[in-house]
Design a protein around this ligand. Structure first.
Ligand SMILES: Cc1cc2nc3c(=O)[nH]c(=O)nc-3n(C[C@H](O)[C@H](O)[C@H](O)COP(=O)(O)OP(=O)(O)OC[C@H]3O[C@@H](n4cnc5c(N)ncnc54)[C@H](O)[C@@H]3O)c2cc1C
Length: 490
């Protein structure tokens, strides 16, 4: 069983894992052309009102929201050469409830149900107050994005959700690139300064208050002073050392994360007095193509795909939560699965064409040909698909108990991608309240320090639902920008 987990050393990622093997540089904003919002501070560094560390969805949302609430002297720091972080690669979409797009499409949903399923999906180990805040703010976040020109009105289903609430771009493409392109554009329009290749090393703490950030930029070190620092550095998936510090059992797993996901924000916040919660809750995702570390979007299963083992047999309800699907997959011979789907699924998920271009998709002109290509017993695979089709067409009970996203396979071309679990998401992190204030172990705020996005912890509990991270980063990213702008205006 463990053999399926063994990863060739060259695939053990601390390298930049990107969408399709080629890195898409989004924005890469530089200082040039940005307004000189800063002033010189006494130590010859720069002085800002708000320093945001990290240019993913949370950091960029915070910058835009703070600006729109009247804040100025804002800077976004990014250690990588380009903006966007893991958000760039988010694929399936953004969960949200009671949205105008759901209503237009006749999808009946409620914030309470969204919250309930989020908490249940996390086995009731998430923070109910933060979850409610996220779900209640989700429709507003979808409207806010729409107002920025980022329209997410194509709605699908992810594992653990009973209602279609995963919002993605109109053409069904991966959410991340649309999101980051739109947020970067909004940042440019507002002339908010972004410093790429600017690595935040340490928070400056003066008498318990966070007053700035020490950075390294082109080999030079300086201190940026700030009235408020927003930590938005994302997760730790690309830092094997940190992953194994919290989860020794994950040694050697591939990761879906980009190279900048090194967990710096956890260490910096902790050193400034913040409590880190649930750090051992690192999510592995069940559908990662192991040669490329490419995440295969959950929306593909939501659109009808099934998982079969090396014997051509299904082994779980594919729409169960990630922890359950991953665990079941690891019990299969070789610890992997084939994600099998037909032409309809191929055509309705734009990401599949990209996987195909990258050589990840095996094809057969029919099911028997596919079975031969992937080395699975043709009769067994046919029996599996016949049984699945009977469920979807005649209403027969599914032996795996699947009730969501069951769509009959049509005849003709069939496809498969070989998948196994990979490190995907840190659900633990900096403890916050609904004002995004970083909290110490005794529940006190740390003046001047805020956090948003994957760097925060405790919201999702021990299993994050697909589509909930993007909801989290937009709702809390927007919120922290507004909270900080309000606080500074007083
Ligand atoms: C392949 C993939 C697919 C995913 N798909 C989905 C999905 O469909 N739906 C969903 O809800 N979630 C998805 N997720 C999870 C989700 O994308 C992330 O949790 C979320 O985007 C994190 O956003 P963030 O802004 O907190 O961090 P990020 O977007 O990772 O941004 C953090 C930024 O901070 C920078 N940084 C780090 N340290 C420093 C430092 N010291 N100084 C300066 N900069 C620093 C990083 O380089 C990075 O650019 C996916 C994740 C991956 C990897």
């Amino acid at each position: 069983m463990e053999e399926g987990l063994k990863v060739p050393a060259n695939l053990t990622r601390r390298t930049f894992v990107c969408g399709m093997g080629a890195v898409t540089i989004m924005g890469g904003l530089s200082l040039a052309g940005c307004s000189p919002s800063k002033t010189k501070s006494s130590d010859k560094g720069d002085a800002y009102d708000i320093v945001i560390i990290g240019s993913g969805g949370a950091g960029l949302s915070a910058a835009i929201a703070a600006f729109d609430k009247g804040a100025s002297k804002i800077v976004v720091l990014e250690k990588m050469p380009s903006t966007g972080g893991n958000t760039n690669f988010s694929s399936s979409g953004m969960n949200a409830s009671e949205t105008k797009f759901q209503k237009e499409q006749g999808i009946d949903d409620s914030n309470a149900l969204f919250a309930e399923e989020t908490l249940t999906g996390g086995h009731d180990t998430g923070d109910a107050e933060l979850v409610s805040f996220m779900c209640n703010g989700s429709a507003g976040a979808i409207d806010w994005l729409d107002g920025l020109g980022i329209t997410l009105n194509n709605i699908t289903l992810t594992g653990g959700m009973s209602v279609k609430r995963c919002h993605r771009p109109t053409d069904g493409s991966a959410v991340g690139k649309t999101l980051i392109a739109g947020l970067v554009e909004a940042v440019k329009e507002r002339k908010i300064e972004v410093r790429t290749n600017c690595d935040a090393k340490e928070l400056v703490v003066d008498g318990g208050t966070v007053t700035g950030v020490k950075v390294e930029e082109k080999g030079k070190q300086s201190t940026l002073s700030a009235k408020a620092v927003i930590m938005a550095t994302g997760g730790l998936g690309a830092n094997q050392e940190m992953v194994t510090k919290y989860r020794p059992d994950l040694k050697g797993y591939v990761t879906t994360n980009q190279a900048g996901a090194t967990g710096d924000g956890y260490a910096m916040s902790e050193a400034a007095g913040a409590e880190l919660v649930q750090m051992d809750q690192i999510q592995i995702h069940p559908t990662v193509e192991q040669e490329s570390s490419q995440l295969i979007a959950e929306g593909i299963r939501g659109g009808g795909a099934i998982l079969v083992n090396a014997e051509g047999k299904r082994f779980i309800d594919e729409m169960k939560t990630r922890d359950k699907v991953s665990a079941a997959e690891l019990e299969q011979p070789g610890g992997f699965a084939w994600e099998v789907f037909d032409q309809t699924v191929y055509d309705s998920n734009k990401a599949v064409a990209n996987y195909d271009k990258a050589g990840l998709v095996k094809k057969g002109d029919d099911l028997a040909a596919l079975a031969s290509t992937i080395g699975v017993d043709a009769a067994a695979l046919k029996a599996t698909v016949d049984e699945y089709n009977a469920v979807t067409t005649s209403g027969a009970a599914d032996q795996m108990g699947r009730t969501k996203g069951c769509i009959a396979f049509s005849d003709g071309a069939m496809y498969a991608i070989k998948v196994a679990p990979g490190i995907h998401h840190e659900m633990g992190g900096v403890r916050i309240n609904t004002k995004n204030e970083a909290l110490s172990a005794d529940g006190k705020t740390i003046p001047g320090l805020y956090a948003a996005g994957e760097v925060t912890g405790g919201i999702h509990g021990n299993n994050r639902i697909g589509g909930n991270a993007v909801c989290d980063i937009i709702v809390f990213g927007k919120n922290v920008g507004e909270v900080v702008a309000d606080t500074l205006s007083k």
